[in-house]
Design a protein around this ligand. Structure first.
Ligand code: IPM
Ligand code: MG
Length: 368
């Protein structure tokens, strides 16, 4: 059998730097675990725009459709702010999500013990936190039509449309229930059924899927604004949260911060199974391209490395190796190593992006 294939799209800002650390981990698996991946690399976002005049070349799209997993760094930067909307770096990422039909975006928020003091919330609120946000990723207001800026009388009107079909809601609900069964068996669904028809339908369909197929899972519902408040008040009440594209975008940034830094949070975007049984998949850190710190060795590579761990688990059926990577991250944090985003406590050791990657590789060696 041929090696599993990975397409790396480092993107912009700190993307290439954090991806360079992931490459070290991938190499480690080849050298030390006999798990070799066929890795290729291409451009996305501003980096692709600079070369091709588009944030995602058709050839790159085609390659992404034909690999076992895509690993993406980050896209965007001030250099591209004034570009037309249709060629902004973010459009490249959105096109990948849409055309690969990656409808289930898994965003775990886990608080490592070593960082519990670092959160802006009290330690007992976040210590041991382990929740999973499942964000719908291919529909809703991100993609709904009509959209645009139109002229009406003597002023401009900005329009976006929140739109969800039953089947779009049902399939992401199933993803959330399936995950919950492997965790603490609880799902909280968040919408704004008090003000939005799409929220009313969301609640109805999640409830129907639950009753028909997942009655063994505990299901609750919350308005998304109240959910945001509860995430800050007592996040450990949640296990799996399932929500739409826009609410999921915001709630996952809030949840990420509970864990101390946005630099810690990985994500997996999964679609339907391919012919080989693996899901269509793209893995990326939740953080953005952080252009202000790019190229200075300040970026935290952990979110991107943990995204690769998610690839091991969800694409390559290597759950034990995924745990091995997660434990290695835990170890270097427990040893006090901190990239720039995590400095502030007494007695920690500041490290660069590259030093953090090297330390994780060393911890992997020690795990054998
Ligand atoms: C995210 C990001 C993206 C989004 C941007 C970069 C398009 O914020 O993945 O959370 O809004 O989905
Ligand atoms: Mg976001």
């Amino acid at each position: 059998m041929s090696n599993p294939s990975i397409l790396i799209l480092p993107g912009d800002g700190i993307g290439p730097e954090v991806m360079a650390e992931v490459a070290k981990i991938i190499d480690w698996f080849g050298a030390k675990r006999g798990k070799t991946f066929d890795v290729s690399e291409d451009l996305v976002g501003g980096a692709a725009y600079d070369v091709h005049g588009t944030p995602l070349h058709d050839d790159t799209m085609e390659r992404a459709q034909n690999v076992d997993a895509v690993l993406l760094g980050a896209v965007g930067g001030p250099k591209y702010d004034s570009l037309d909307f249709s060629v902004k770096p973010e459009r490249g990422l959105l096109r990948l999500r849409k055309e690969m039909d990656l409808f289930a975006n898994l965003r775990p928020a886990q608080c490592f013990d070593a960082l519990a003091d670092f959160s802006s919330l009290k330690k007992d609120v976040v210590a041991g936190l382990d929740i999973m946000i499942v964000r719908e990723l291919t529909s809703g207001i991100y993609f709904g039509e009509p959209r645009g800026i139109i002229h009406e009388g003597n002023e401009r009107v900005g329009i976006n449309t929140q739109r969800y079909t039953e089947s779009e809601i049902a399939r992401v609900a199933r993803s959330a229930f399936e995950l919950a069964r492997k965790r603490s068996n609880r799902v909280c669904s968040m919408e704004k059924a008090n003000v939005m028809e799409s929220g009313v339908l969301w609640r109805e369909v999640v409830t129907e899927v639950h009753q028909a197929e997942y009655a063994d899972v505990e299901l609750s519902h919350m308005y998304a604004d109240a959910g945001a408040m509860q995430l800050c008040r007592w996040p450990k009440q949640f296990d799996v949260i399932v929500t739409d594209n826009l609410f999921g975008d915001m709630l996952s940034d809030a949840a990420a911060m509970l864990t101390g830094s946005l630099g810690m949070l990985p994500s997996a975007s999964l679609g339907a199974p391919m012919a080989n049984g693996r899901p269509k998949a793209l893995y990326e850190p939740v953080h953005g391209s952080a252009p202000d710190i790019a190229g200075q060795g300040k970026a935290n590579p952990i979110a991107c490395i943990l995204s690769f761990a998610m690839a091991l688990r969800y694409s390559f059926d290597l759950g034990e190796d995924a745990t091995r990577v997660e434990k290695a991250v835990e170890k270097v944090l427990a040893d006090g190593l901190r990239t720039a985003d995590l400095l502030g406590e007494e007695g920690v050791t500041p490290v660069t992006t590259g030093e953090m990657g090297d330390a994780i590789v060393t911890a992997l060696d020690a795990s054998l």
